[in-house]
Design a protein around this ligand. Structure first.
Ligand code: TYD
Ligand code: MG
Length: 456
């Protein structure tokens, strides 16, 4: 540990501390990310203290608990991702690429909350934009009448002093990388500044019981810029994602102390701001074309919600010595595995074929349950045989070619039925009891080989 008043060298990417400078961070592998920082200042636990430790009381696990005080924002998609509303005193970090719509989402949230009948006090503090810029946006969103308290500030001491005297219910800091604390001798956005500023704000949020939103930029690797430490300090981490060129945006919970993770909220960016999408499946399937080989519909689950998406594959003879594999929206290792199983277990020859895979609409899928749909799209493209337009598919593939059960099959099938699909390809099920209740033709497949037979 460096001496107080001395300096230490901190990786701006992962927060690892080194006693001296080096070109590459051993922990995260990043080059040129290590910067000298002075030790000391407010917000650090290594300040000398004369106080002795006191004995702490232990209690049993059971006992009375306070009920969580949740504020529903009237933006249902946001409430769901937060676990059913904003918890008083909680801290929510919202990360995302520049221009994805973080400021828009939070300004809308702030205005909607301020307009609630109970009139909660809402503060929007921007360090990135001037007051006029925020006003122009509010006007565009039709929210200029909402009783939001707006300020443009970057000095954390001023902000803390102001909030200390307020009766705030919701505070938005846009963004944490623009804030600074005088005592910390490094530039805004550095690990030391971000950590110290967040520490002070979080302490105040817990003390005063307001919900604090921190906006954080995302680095090119996709994690919130600078410190991973920030993710540990907050209660909830939300990522706001979307593809440029697509209108819809997804708010995804990756950490939540007050609710489930992997929950998503879907929005569409329109001229008047972000609009909630209540039926994402319909949105993702809107541009699907009929009778085309290499396309199939995967019945997926995002958080607690079923989402149907189109998976497209294109298999074409390669012009290179080693065939090309390109994936958008799915894991490329997973695609390599599915292709290897098709080759080794089903005798398909893909080594002379380029394979391109795309999740239509720009959604990112992480579920292994998409394996079977990917295999089906690849086979369909290779054989140039389109699949029935009214068919959905889900299932995980094992290395021996077996098709494995996935979670929540009934939720997936109900969603398929709701959107007018009439047949479904599934892993073998253990109980036959409710097959009829879905009103779908169910094809149960125990092995990938059977999938190929379906095309003959
Ligand atoms: P913004 O909220 O500024 O993004 P971030 O804070 O994540 O950097 O969003 C800016 C983008 O959103 C910009 O490219 C314009 C677009 N936009 C709309 O399409 N409609 C709108 O009503 C608004 C306010 C922005
Ligand atoms: Mg912004």
């Amino acid at each position: 540990m460096a001496k107080r008043g001395g300096s230490e060298f901190v990786c701006q990417n992962c927060g690892t501390v080194y006693p001296r400078w080096q070109g590459k961070c051993d922990a995260c592998g990043e080059w040129n990310s290590i910067i000298e920082e002075k030790v000391g200042g407010e917000g650090f636990s290594n300040l000398p203290s004369k106080r002795k430790g006191q004995i702490i009381d232990f209690v049993p696990l059971s006992g009375s608990q306070e009920k969580l005080d949740r504020l529903t924002t009237s933006i249902k998609e946001l409430d769901r991702v937060c676990g059913g509303g904003l918890v008083a005193g909680s801290v929510i970090l919202v990360g995302g690429d520049p221009g994805i719509g973080k400021s828009t989402l939070l300004l809308q949230t702030c205005a909607k909350v301020a307009e609630l009948p109970s009139k909660p006090e809402c503060y929007y503090i921007s360090g990135e934009e001037a007051i006029d810029q925020v006003r122009i946006r509010a006007k565009r969103l039709g929210l200029e009448k909402a009783p939001v308290k707006l300020a443009s500030a970057t000095d954390i001491k001023d902000i803390i002093a102001t909030l200390e005297k307020s009766n705030a219910a919701v505070v938005i800091i846009d963004s944490i990388q623009t804030m600074y604390l005088e005592e910390v001798e490094s530039t805004p956005g550095s690990v030391a500044q971000v950590r110290a500023c967040s520490y002070e704000l979080i302490k105040l949020a817990k003390k005063k019981g307001f919900t604090l939103f921190l906006v954080g930029h995302v680095t090119k690797q996709g994690s919130i810029a600078g410190p991973r430490v920030l993710e540990h300090m907050v209660d909830t981490v939300l990522y706001f994602e979307g593809e440029r060129g697509h209108h819809f945006r997804i708010l995804r919970a990756v950490k939540n102390r007050y609710g489930a993770t992997d929950e998503i909220g879907v929005f569409e960016m329109q001229d008047q701001g972000l609009v909630e999408v209540e039926n994402p499946s319909a949105l993702f399937l809107a541009e699907r074309q009929g009778n085309i080989s290499g396309s199939c519909v995967f019945a997926g689950i995002e958080g607690s919600r079923p989402v149907l998406v189109e998976i497209q594959a294109l298999v074409s003879p390669t012009g290179y010595s080693s065939p090309k594999r390109a994936v958008v929206g799915w894991d490329s290792n997973r695609l390599a595995m599915v292709l290897a199983v098709l080759e080794a277990r089903c005798g398909m020859n893909l080594s002379s074929q380029d394979v391109y895979l795309n999740i239509a609409g720009g959604l990112r899928i992480t579920e292994p349950a998409a394996d079977l749909a990917v295999a089906m799209a690849v086979i369909s493209s290779l054989t140039n045989k389109p699949l029935p337009h009214d068919m959905v598919i889900f299932g995980e593939i094992g290395l021996s070619g077996e098709v494995r059960a996935v979670s929540q099959p009934s939720l997936r099938m109900k969603e398929a039925r709701k959107l007018g699909f009439s047949s479904v390809v599934t892993p073998p099920r253990h109980s036959k009891d409710n097959a009829k209740s879905y009103d779908l033709n169910i094809y149960e497949i125990g092995n990938v080989q059977r999938l190929i037979n379906m095309f003959n």
